[in-house]
Design a protein around this ligand. Sequence first.
Ligand code: UD1
Length: 326
Amino acid sequence: MANTKVLVIGGAGYIGSHVVKALLESGFSVTVYDNMSSGQTCNLFADAAFIKGDILDVEKLNTVMAEGFDAVVHLAAKKAVGESMENPQLYAANNLNGSVNIFNAMVNNGIKNIVFSSSAAVFGAPQYVPVDEKHPLNPMSFYGYTKMQIEQVMHWFARLKDFHFIALRYFNAVGYAADGSITGREKNPQNLLPIIMEVATGKRNKLHVFGNDYDTPDGTCVRDYVHVTDLATAHVAAVQKLLKEPQSYCLNLGTNKGTSVLEIIKATERVIGKKLPYDFAPRRAGDPAVIVATNEMAKKVLNWHPQYTDIDKIIQTTWNLETKDK
Ligand code: UD1
């Protein structure tokens, strides 16, 4: 794979850095392209080339792609659901225009394969669970809409050009590389587990649990938490699949298992060995009660089998980061 060149756009971010690590471990030659708006220097690997650049910079994208790559992995996106409802212009420009710029630069430079970071947010509130790939797409946020729209542009490019894609729809990405090699924390986190870590380390006073009157066993929302190393492995398998067979897919990446917010709190308390202060707050707008994936198709197409199935172990890999230098 050393002569197989992959361009990882957004490779300095939380998921991107785990993908770069997995690609390097599988012997690919990796170049990271990132504008460092949420990417971090500590997430870069010495073995991967790094180019600072923006996906809105068409000229730079073309110059970089002219070097020639066997595949692109595209993870560069704005991803805060709430922000996307307040500032859709930002999401339209960055996620929609930025992705189209990438696809055009690929076509201009004869690059045929792309693995794209999509999201469970394309489904909206599920009509049934577990959610399979045939489930209707009905995003409840502008963020989810951008992901759905980009998938559709890729379907058209695949019909019209020598262009092949695998869109990976992440459910709830959590955890960190177990070897501690990736240390970048997200700035200003909006997601449950990073917020819990801030409560556990005293950076926040308490956690607000958004709603305890949902139609779920304990009244709190149920999500499918998938370890970021498992997500990274799926990207490697997707690149390998595209290089072998030029066919396009949209695949759900989850664990087939739901965990409630209260169960996450209890699991964290077991891992860190102390109680977490929390209260019940009103429901957050746009939160479905339950969203859980079936990953049968990813298993079949990519031979992908998530290794992390125990929520305590998943949380432990995040907590390790907090206790590392103490
Ligand atoms: C959402 C998107 C997901 C996207 C991710 C990125 C949907 C269905 N999912 O996940 O596709 O990739 O954002 O940001 O749109 N919670 C609390 N208190 C908090 C924070 C969260 O109770 O302070 C609860 C939420 O209500 C939710 C669960 O924790 O039930 C998980 O929330 P979060 O981590 O924000 O992820 P999602 O909203 O599920």
